[in-house]
Design a protein around this ligand. Structure first.
Ligand SMILES: [Zn+2]
Length: 434
């Protein structure tokens, strides 16, 4: 077994000493709570594990696969802060399917380490989520400049990876406000020279940067930075990418930076990104991870009947099951074979909330898997047809209990791909071209 504090190996995984390793508490805790650095005490969870393959070699193989531009991947992002046990459910699901799991929380280092200590087999990614609380400035673009003077970004990342046995960790970037080009420049500059395998530059920005007004400067700033892989997080007060201008902007971004990662999105945005060049997308297991908010904004009103949104593949909708109960009042209930139940009747209790999340994970994963089985060049057309069928399916619902409203993101994506450039009504019906 390798001694604590040193990784050794060949290939791109460099040797390094970690006599100045950042303690786990410092990797997890916000700046104001940090203590002066001290040597790590005791053994990390990973040190107690035995593996058939040396850990560094396993890590190298997994990281190489995740960073392979030719292989698109769908992951899930979760944290342990929810009352609906999303992290526990996502852990079980990703362990069974080998899908990567992104732990996005202030205690991500401990969280990932705990999962790895239990032998979690699928790729694990850590994000300490400082972007959710702190706005970047030109002077302080990441957590490193905020108070870890003894460590550079590579040292911080290497320590995180070793302490947690994560496969990937995101840079502790702060949030870039809309149009704050000096702050974006600073985040890019601070992360431009990293060399630790598995340390990926995350760019958390206001989703309005994808709009046509800001997009040229956004792309120009990215292009001026040394070329490397970016993981983007697009945040806004409400549904960051439910906007045709931003959805178009995301496709442009992916065409100029193919292989980019798109983190914290819903199933519609994730699949569109995968079909248009993203190398990796992470779907949120809860609304806070599906529709990230910037610093200072807090969650929206509770869902209808306090039930989480449920992903319905037939309609490509993400609604509270109560909506489906009304919409399908005159039709056979939607049914999930894997869950063995109808999808429009749930109780607002913890058991059914968990069942909804479990359903969402397998239904979204299945949708993405179907897409990724299609040759890459054919994915946009396959997805366009799937979305058109879902939009049409709204028209077959005849109940008047609650007006049928198609997901605006679904409508916008269908409109973007419509050769006649037609628009749709809120119901999902097409408005004939003039
Ligand atoms: Zn199901």
């Amino acid at each position: 077994m390798l001694p604590i504090g040193r990784l050794s190996g060949s290939g791109s995984r460099a040797e390094y000493d970690t006599h100045d390793q950042v303690p786990v508490e410092q990797l997890d805790r916000p700046a104001e709570a940090r203590q002066p650095p001290r040597p790590p005490a005791g053994r990390s969870p990973s040190a107690c594990r035995t593996a058939r393959r040396p850990r560094w070699l396993h890590n190298h193989i997994v990281v190489s696969a995740l960073l392979d531009d030719k292989k698109a991947t769908l992951a899930f992002v979760a944290s342990d802060t929810s009352l609906c046990s999303e992290l526990e459910i996502a852990t079980r699901f990703t362990a069974a399917t080998a899908a990567p799991l992104l732990v996005s929380a202030a205690n991500a280092c401990r969280g990932v380490g705990a999962l790895r200590a239990t032998g979690h087999p699928s790729p694990l990614i850590g994000d300490i989520r400082q972007w959710r609380h702190v706005v970047a400035t030109a002077e302080v673009p990441t957590e490193i400049q905020a108070g870890l003077p003894l460590y550079d970004l590579d040292g911080w990342g290497a320590s995180f990876l070793q302490s947690s046995n994560a496969d990937i960790v995101f840079t502790p970037s702060y949030f870039v406000s809309c149009g704050d080009w000096p702050a974006l420049d600073a985040v890019l500059a601070a992360t431009s020279a990293i060399g630790t395998p598995g340390l990926v530059t995350v760019i958390p920005v206001d989703a309005a940067m994808l709009g046509s007004h800001f997009l040229p400067d956004f792309l120009g700033t990215l292009h001026r930075s040394p070329r490397r892989r970016f993981a983007f997080i697009f945040a806004a007060k409400k549904t960051p990418l439910q906007n045709p201008d931003r959805l178009s902007g995301l496709r442009v971004l992916l065409s100029e930076f193919p292989g980019s990662w798109v983190i914290g999105v819903d199933a519609l945005v994730a699949t569109d990104a995968l079909a248009h060049g993203a190398g990796f997308t992470a779907v949120g297991t809860s609304s806070g991870h599906r529709w990230p908010q910037p610093p200072g904004d807090c969650g929206g009103p509770p869902a209808r009947n306090f039930l989480p949104g449920l992903f319905l593949r037939d309609l490509l909708e993400f609604r509270s099951p109560d909506f489906y109960a009304d919409w399908y009042a005159d039709s056979p209930s939607p049914w999930c074979t894997l869950c063995g139940r109808c999808l429009d009747v749930f109780e607002p209790d913890d058991i059914d909330k968990r069942r909804i999340i479990e359903h969402n994970l397998h239904a979204i994963h299945s949708f993405a898997e179907d897409l990724l089985r299609v040759p890459a060049n054919d994915r946009p057309a396959w997805l366009r047809d799937a979305r058109l069928a879902a939009l049409d399916a709204h028209g077959a619902l005849t109940s008047r209990a609650t007006p049928v409203r198609a997901d605006p993101t679904l409508r916008y994506l269908c409109e973007m791909d419509d050769p006649q450039m037609r628009s749709t009504r809120p119901s999902g019906a097409w408005i004939s071209a003039m």
